[in-house]
Design a protein around this ligand. Structure first.
Ligand code: ADP
Ligand code: MG
Length: 246
């Protein structure tokens, strides 16, 4: 049973169709990149998955059950979420940002400290950085804190909306490696929204191509590379979007 799928979901904002009968199943414990041009509905799809947005039609299925909008808090504890520009609380230290949800969930201090230690090691953050406020950290460090916060409760699903988009290329290469290590250490069903095909091919096992509110294709990366391995990433994305258009 997949941890996460959406079935024929549609979402409109006024007359603007953000998603039009989209169906996707996210493979268990793998990284799926959702990739497509700006405005094609990627963020809306991700927000549907954790109930931040409700579909007009269709079903979001999380852990085998239709998402229960009356009890979102319990489900959201099992879904980590991190967004571009980190979304950290500016008035909380990095450490408090990371541990807030665990405190709200009633974890005891020893468990919180142990989990923070694990996350520091996995993310290559320094213990001293926990005392700092987001504005005192670099963009890359903030993004790592955001990832640690999303992973704190050991979620079964990780939803990442362009988490690395605002980071300089050198730091991004560094964080990509850490993301790969993190996923190897704690493989969870991960949805990575990105508009960067190079990033998608580096980090994901599976690629969902989106164009204009629709899924234009769903590809296993190994199969894709077997067919198009020599293509330049952006050209490949273009080809896949073209192939799918009616
Ligand atoms: P992406 O993440 O791929 O850039 P989005 O899911 O953010 O795309 O947006 C898809 C479409 O829905 C866009 O046309 C966008 O303007 C519109 N949209 C998204 N969120 C809202 C909102 N809260 N109110 C009105 N329109 C929205
Ligand atoms: Mg977006």
């Amino acid at each position: 049973m997949p941890a996460l799928s959406v079935e024929s979901v549609s979402k409109r904002y006024g007359t603007d169709t953000a998603l039009d009968a989209v169906s996707v199943t996210f493979p268990e414990n793998l990284v799926t990149a959702v990739i497509g041009p700006s405005g094609c509905g990627k963020s809306t799809l991700l927000k549907l998955c954790n109930g931040l947005v409700r579909p007009d039609r269709g079903t979001v299925r999380v852990f085998g059950r239709p998402l229960d909008y009356r009890h979102l808090a319990a489900t959201r504890r099992r879904l980590g979420y991190a967004v571009q520009g980190n979304g950290l609380f500016p008035h909380l230290s990095a450490g408090d940002n990371i541990t807030l949800l665990a405190r709200l969930a009633g974890w005891d201090e020893a468990d919180i400290a142990a989990r923070v230690q694990e996350l520091l090691q996995l993310s290559h953050l320094q213990p001293a950085q926990l005392a700092q406020y987001p504005h005192e950290l670099s963009g890359g460090q903030q993004q790592r804190v955001g990832l640690c916060r999303a992973m704190m409760l050991r979620p079964e699903v990780l939803l990442l909306d362009e988490p690395f988009a605002a980071i300089d290329p050198i730091t991004r290469a560094d964080i990509h490696q850490q993301m790969l290590q993190l996923h190897a250490a704690e493989p969870v069903t991960t949805v990575l929204v990105t508009h960067d095909m190079r990033e998608a091919l580096l980090l994901a096992d599976h690629l969902v191509i989106m164009g204009d509110g629709r899924v234009a294709g769903s590809h296993d990366k190994a199969a894709l590379l077997a067919r198009h391995g020599d293509a330049e990433p952006e050209a490949l994305l273009h080809t896949l979007l073209q192939e799918a258009s009616p």
